[in-house]
Design a protein around this ligand. Structure first.
Ligand code: UDP
Length: 463
């Protein structure tokens, strides 16, 4: 009986390869998506670079991990001379490596019938077409940000941008100032290789069988309504481990991949000693850097706010300014990396000072922590606008003319979020969004239905 059941399972049709871009903010949502698909009955292989595989542990149950070479097996993109050289190498070496993997997995009872690939690796769609299998792109930014790139493709936003025409109106979006645009659009000359890669995603968007986006219908409902039938973005998020989406039975308390080792559990013990909602958590993600001047200003803001600070500082300690944090003892704890989800979910945390990377925003919204938005580049300016103006879940910090967040401004924003007049409203909004995120992910919710529909097609071939 049992062997028949196993044989049937092995013959199931849904077998996917998931191909993330090898950066923390991409591995996390794609690994979470893979876990979800597997929990709903698909077979899945998570295919990533040998360098990345070293950082995935423990190995997630029921997911096969396979290597796809980017041409830099030892050190990953850090060893590439330029971003463009890295993307070119990944394309040429990775396409071959991916094709070989599909052939290797053909031997199994249920050959691969779909590649789900990160939008930064658009060549994976060509490989899917070459094998006659489904291709599904996964976009790791908000749908609003995606729509802006799409408007460029349609010719509604033209380079060089004329600052004089701002604010501008685009379908489904609030009026946008120049400073609300993603950095890749506002300053195209700064990151030409990334911009070209991002734009290529939108050139081929309609050639995909599915285009998944890490958002949920309710969060960007205006945009979804306006663009319904015009483009086919499918919201499947938030891709946050389900233990944080009101589904505690679903286990995982982390994504399961860390390019930096989380500091010992010391920070959780430290949080245990603090009153509810008294701690400000500060982190600028996995890519951002903090100058010594900026660190000093954050220190000033910290002192002025009289709150406790848990601060992720990824740079080496010798970059910290002289005398830094002296006189502050129990008030601040600096760590090199942590499990951000556990920190956000801790009752002692009352505010998240964030660069507004899209994963960080979704995590804070899902867990219900209000934000101080300190955008750096990429999609962050747009995300920070939405955090303050559209979702009302935080305060957007203004930088000074040198691009520095001053201590006074940080203090002002923390007060807005934690004890000022606006804080009640902000905290009530974030609780509502947290419930909405959980609903979208739960059985019958908007994202869950989209995922189930996809799985049904993969497994049965029927709509
Ligand atoms: N993160 C973490 N520990 C840290 C800092 C960040 O686990 O100390 C995780 C965070 O939970 C998020 C990811 O790293 O999932 C960062 O992604 P995000 O999109 O927020 O920013 P990026 O690093 O891509 O700029």
């Amino acid at each position: 009986q049992r062997s028949i059941a196993i044989a049937k399972m092995n013959r199931q049709k849904g077998n996917v390869i998931v191909l993330p871009y090898p950066a923390q903010g991409h591995i996390n949502p794609l690994l979470q998506f893979t876990k979800l698909l597997v929990s709903k009955g698909l077979k899945a292989t998570f295919a990533t670079t040998p360098y990345t595989i070293k950082y995935i542990h423990p190995s997630p149950p029921h997911i096969t991990i396979e290597a796809i070479s980017d041409g830099f097996d030892e050190g990953g993109c850090k060893h590439a001379p330029t971003v463009q050289a890295y993307l070119d190498s990944y394309k040429s070496v990775g396409s071959k490596s991916l094709a070989e993997l599909i052939v290797k997995l053909r031997d199994s009872f249920s050959p691969v019938n779909c590649i789900i690939y990160d939008s930064m690796l658009p060549w994976a769609l060509d490989v899917a077409k070459q094998f006659g299998i489904y291709g599904a792109v996964f976009l790791t930014t908000s749908a609003s940000v995606c729509s802006m790139y799409w408007q460029i493709k349609l010719g509604h936003l033209n380079f060089p941008l004329d600052k004089g025409v701002f604010p501008i109106s685009l379908p489904g979006l609030p009026p946008l100032q120049f400073s609300d645009l993603p950095g890749f659009i506002a300053k195209p000359q700064d990151h030409p290789a990334y911009l070209a890669a991002v734009m290529q995603q939108f050139e081929t968007l309609e050639h995909n069988d599915w285009a998944f986006c890490n958002t949920f219908q309710e969060l960007e409902s205006e945009l979804m309504k306006d663009l319904e039938g015009v483009w086919q973005l499918i919201p499947v998020g938030p891709m946050v481990p389900y233990a944080y989406l009101n589904q505690p039975t679903s286990g995982d308390i982390s994504y399961g991949a860390n390019f930096w080792e989380p500091a010992s559990q010391k920070y959780l013990r430290w949080l245990e000693t603090k009153p509810p909602r008294s701690v400000v958590y500060v982190s600028f993600g996995s890519m951002g850097t903090t100058t010594a001047k900026q660190a000093q200003e954050i220190e000033r803001g910290l002192k002025a706010s009289k709150k406790y600070f848990l601060w992720v500082w990824r740079e080496s300690e010798d970059r910290l300014p002289e005398g830094f944090l002296s006189g502050l003892d129990d008030e601040v704890l600096v760590v090199t990396w942590c499990n951000q989800l556990e920190v956000l979910a801790h009752p002692a945390v009352g505010c998240f000072v964030t660069h507004c990377g899209w994963n960080s925003v979704l995590e804070a919204l899902s867990i219900g922590v209000p934000m101080v938005a300190v955008a750096q580049g990429g999609d962050q300016p747009t995300n920070s606008k939405f955090v303050e103006e559209i979702w009302g879940v935080g305060s957007r910090a203004e930088k000074d003319s040198n691009g520095v967040l001053t201590g006074e401004e940080l203090d002002r924003c923390i007060r807005d979020v934690m004890d000022g007049e606006k804080s009640e409203h902000i905290n009530s909004n974030v609780s509502k969004w947290s419930e909405s995120a959980a609903r979208a992910a739960s059985l019958g919710g908007s994202s869950e239905k989209n995922i189930s529909q996809f799985i049904k097609i993969l497994m049965t071939g029927m709509e």
